[in-house]
Ligand binder design. Sequence first.
Ligand SMILES: [Zn+2]
Length: 223
Amino acid sequence: MLGAETPPAKLKVIVTGGHPGDPEYGCGGTVARYTDLGHEVVLLYLNRGEKVCPETAAAASANVRPGEAAAACAILKARPMFAGQCDGHAVVDAAHDEEFRRLIEAERPDVLFTHWPIDGHADHRAISALSYSAWLKLGKRFAFYYYEVSNGEDTLMFLPTDYVDITAVEPRKRAACYAHASQSPDRFYALQSQVTRFRGVESGHAQAEAFIRHAQSPYHALP
Ligand SMILES: [Zn+2]
């Protein structure tokens, strides 16, 4: 859809995140709204939340996080994908850049969301950089948005351009975040709720998710 001024009627949406749970915390309400409208959504995680890198067969079978991601995606009617990197050891170099571009190209997205690049976690900065590079290399032909997670600890200096009202779907977002039971959801969901309530105050809703739309996105494509 290079150069298109309007998005296709049925969207393919990719939300990239450093770890299992990041797309759900940052965009879970927006994802639920997309899938309720019949759009297709993929949550693409940079790693599987491994404790051991590279992950041994024994460690992989003991790793609960891919299963938590699958449960979260089922709640949001999305599909999980993993980009094959290691938790806490993200690599951004020419080879990984090319590998990630191929992954994105094969999925043919109409919209892509990723972490805002000013972030306390190196894995978040890495997938943000890989996603942006893929968008540039693929000719900026799909809409590109940044999202926020765990503000103050992770995302910083985020000034939204766009908002999505998630009030009606917040219970499903909450359930998807709580599917990541190994990741202290009481603590992190409380923090993320402060963010969505504040974004709601800004945008005139009870709760909202906020985004920064890249100024060169070919079209607007939020639900
Ligand atoms: Zn993360």
